[in-house]
Structure formats: structure tokens, C-alpha cells
Design a protein around this ligand. Structure first.
Ligand code: PEP
Length: 260
């Protein structure tokens, strides 16, 4: 453990397919009204595509950034239902998730497609957040490291050195997502160190700049312990990010850590 991180903390809320216009606007307004200390972490929220315009309207000019939960690998054209990188840039998105386990699972997204989405985001000037994580069967079989390494290497192999700076990863063990049972801080640290080691094999400077978020049942109670870990550079929050005061409490825990 060490008191200071080399990388600024990032707290990101993944709102998934929750809410309607009224609820999302209320959530945005509550976040917007919060006093964020100067030591606050970088904060971002990821509403559904149809709520991005509201996010832009409410959050513009403030300290909270926004982004999207998915992206199309193609730049434009006949891709019904998809949203391109350029469209997200047009909405001033800063971040976009790629390879979230819910998309890998329910949309059959494999490593090659995730790598293509990562590159599409990167080339458009968006910051892709590459999600990686093993399921319970894989963990219990002792294959967690192998699974996340494979997921990461599939993307790294298709990247140029320019694509690698800076990278944001989110380690999200599938068994922890939405379960209320987050990985222990030491357990998360072990996987984050492994992932940083994979990046370091491509150049130490990339490893130093890579932010690795932990995701999976993060809440106000467990966030502070996660921030203590040297390779945990922030959190990706699902359920708890839908409750403004709880999300803000997580942001404050990050700010308190950074202010030390
Ligand atoms: C997620 O799915 O990205 C996530 C972290 O969800 P939750 O916090 O609800 O486990």
C-alpha cells in the first residue's frame, strides 16, 4: 500500500438501461448541484444513448464528464440501431465503454469485435474504457488470470503505440457485478497488478499512465478500501451510481484519498 497514486482517480457511473427522462433528469440535476471539492476525482456518467442530450444540457460546463456505454465499430453507413464514434464526439462524449460483460454475453461480442470498437473509439478521439473480467466458473477453475489476460491481449495486439496512450481498463469480475458481493480490495489489487504487468510488457511508460478501474458492486461502504490499493485507479459503478447521494459519497471517498 502507498498513500499517493501516480494517476488521478476516476469515478464512473454506468447507468445501463435504467430510468426514463424524468428520472435521468432528476439524477443529473442532483449530481450537478453537488459541491465537489477541488481535490475531487475525475467523474463521469454514462447514460443510455437516448439520454445523452439531457446529459449534455445539464452537465455542460461543469466538472462531471459524460460518455456512452457502447459504440459501433464502423465509422458510418447502413448499421441499423448502431451509434458511431463520430456521433458520440458530436455529443461531446469523453468516454465510451467497450467490451462490457453484459454486451459480451447478451450480444455475443467477442475479442475481435471489442478490439475493433476500441480502435474506432480511440481513432475518433474518445477515451475507450476496456472492460475485462472472468465469470465464477472461470474463477473457481483457477482461470481468472488467463481469461482477463486473453481479453486484454486481444486488444493490445491490434493497437499501435499511439493507441496505448493513455489506456483506461475496467476490471469487472462478472460474479461481482450486480451481486452485492464485490471482490475484496486485495483480490482486485492482484488482478489489477496482473493487467498492469501486461501493459508494462509493451513499455513501462504505458503501464505508468494506464488507469485501471475496479467494477462490481462498488458502493459507499467499500469504495475507500479499494482506493487504498496501489493499482486501483478508480471505480466503475453500476447500481450505486443511480442513487446520486451514494455516487457522490463514492466520489468524496476518492477526493478524501487524493487530499491526503
Ligand atoms: C457494471 O455492470 O459495470 C457494474 C459495475 O455494476 P454494479 O456496480 O451494479 O455491480
Amino acid at each position: 500500500m502507498r498513500a499517493l497514486k501516480q494517476r488521478p482517480l476516476l469515478v464512473m457511473g454506468n447507468w445501463k438501461m435504467h430510468g426514463d427522462q424524468a428520472k435521468v433528469r432528476a439524477l443529473l440535476r442532483e449530481l450537478c448541484a453537488a459541491e465537489l471539492s477541488p481535490g475531487a476525482p475525475e467523474i463521469a456518467v454514462l447514460p443510455a444513448f437516448v439520454h445523452l442530450a439531457d446529459a449534455v444540457r445539464v452537465l455542460k460546463g461543469g466538472p462531471i464528464a459524460w460518455g456512452a456505454q457502447d459504440i459501433c465499430r464502423h465509422p458510418d453507413g447502413a448499421h441499423t440501431g448502431d451509434v458511431s464514434a463520430a456521433m458520440l464526439v458530436d455529443y461531446n462524449c469523453r468516454f465510451v465503454l467497450v467490451g462490457h460483460s453484459e454486451r459480451r454475453r447478451s450480444h455475443g461480442e467477442g475479442d475481435a469485435l471489442v478490439a475493433a470498437k476500441f480502435k474506432a473509439a480511440r481513432r475518433a478521439g474518445l477515451q475507450p474504457v476496456l472492460c475485462l473480467g472472468e465469470d465464477l466458473v472461470q474463477r473457481e477453475a483457477g482461470r481468472a488470470s488467463q481469461v482477463v489476460t486473453r481479453q486484454l491481449e486481444a486488444v493490445l495486439a491490434s493497437c499501435t503505440p499511439r493507441d496505448l496512450r493513455p489506456v483506461v481498463l475496467a476490471y469487472e469480475p462478472i460474479w461481482a457485478i450486480g451481486s452485492g458481493a464485490a471482490a475484496g480490495a486485495e483480490q482486485a489489487q492482484e488482478m489489477h497488478a496482473l493487467l498492469r504487468g501486461c501493459i508494462a510488457a509493451r513499455g513501462l511508460e504505458y503501464a505508468r499512465d494506464t488507469r485501471i478501474l475496479y467494477g462490481g458492486s462498488v458502493c459507499a461502504e467499500n469504495a475507500a478500501a479499494l482506493f487504498e490499493m496501489p493499482d486501483v485507479d478508480g471505480v466503475l459503478v453500476g447500481g450505486a451510481s443511480l442513487r446520486a447521494q451514494e455516487f457522490l459519497a463514492i466520489c468524496r471517498a476518492a477526493a478524501a484519498f487524493q487530499a491526503r
